[in-house]
Ligand binder design. Structure first.
Ligand SMILES: Nc1ncnc2c1ncn2[C@@H]1O[C@H](COP(=O)(O)OP(=O)(O)O)[C@@H](O)[C@H]1O
Ligand SMILES: [Mg+2]
Length: 245
């Protein structure tokens, strides 16, 4: 199974503006790594690069020992990578079941049924709404559906860009609880970008703080960041630095 991600010295830019300045990280098989950092730090850009939607200027990406740097986005999906884009969307006029099928468009009917039934084991709340139009779901259910849509192929590696954005604290807990279940039940390796830092660090095995396109801080004991004040210092210090520039 190909599911340990390693990236090394990734540089990326939009036209002339460099946004990632030599980012290296690894997410070990079966782990959740939380990626946090202020707005504009380059978190979404990094996920775009890993998913294959933005070509890096420099640097390499590996899945286990396979160099996937030159792989197109669809080839990375074929390698078991799933990408939940920031602001994940559903098709409001399709039913929940049809939305889930959209994630499986190219598979045979039996494989579709299997994919959908496994994802419903985790997102069991969606079972009762299978024939409802997605546009009629509550915000929390809609976001769970958007996440379920990228999981129907049972990926080895999930890249999730702020899956809980806009949800109430209770629903944030619930959605991140699902991500935790996904990791512990399926063993899915997960790189999780989150603004809900405390909740993300609570389920993560490792964490990285990205500031100005660079890894500013890294830990394999994310819970420490919750208690030692390092995080507050980093966010305050660096954002003020950035403002002063
Ligand atoms: N498509 C784009 N074109 C040009 N600049 C972009 C684009 N997307 C993001 N940026 C810029 O790149 C920087 C990093 O953005 P982003 O990766 O979205 O950060 P984050 O997800 O950490 O908030 C920001 O300055 C942002 O304005
Ligand atoms: Mg972002």
């Amino acid at each position: 199974m190909m599911n340990e991600l390693r990236i090394e010295n990734i540089h990326a830019a939009y036209s002339k503006k460099e946004v990632l300045r030599g980012v290296s990280l690894s997410v070990k098989q079966g782990e959740i790594v939380a990626l946090i950092g202020p707005n504009g730090a380059g978190k979404s850009t990094l996920l775009k690069v890993i998913a294959g939607f933005l070509k890096p200027l420099q640097g390499n990406l590996w899945l286990d020992s396979k160099d996937i740097t030159s792989f197109a986005a669809h080839e990375r999906i074929g390698q078991g990578i799933a990408y939940f884009m920031q602001g994940g969307r559903v098709f409001p006029n399709l039913t929940v079941a049809e939305n889930l099928e959209m994630g499986l468009a190219t598979l045979s009917l039996q494989n579709k049924k299997d994919g959908i039934s496994t994802v419903l084991e985790i997102f069991s709340n969606l079972k009762v709404s299978l024939n409802r139009r997605a546009g009629l779901l509550s915000g929390g259910e809609r976001q769970a559906l958007a996440l379920a849509m990228v999981l129907v192929r049972r990926p080895h590696l999930l890249l999730a860009d702020e899956p809980s954005v806009g949800l109430s604290p209770k629903l944030v807990q619930r959605l991140l609880g699902k991500i935790h279940e996904l990791n512990s039940i399926w063993g899915t390796t997960i790189l999780l970008v989150e603004q809900n830092i405390r909740e993300a660090l609570n389920i993560a095995h490792g964490a990285l703080a990205l500031v100005n396109g660079e890894v500013a801080l890294e830990t394999v004991q994310p819970e420490e960041w919750l208690t030692n004040g390092q995080l507050e210092q980093l966010f305050l210090g660096r954002t003020q630095e950035a403002i002063a520039k």
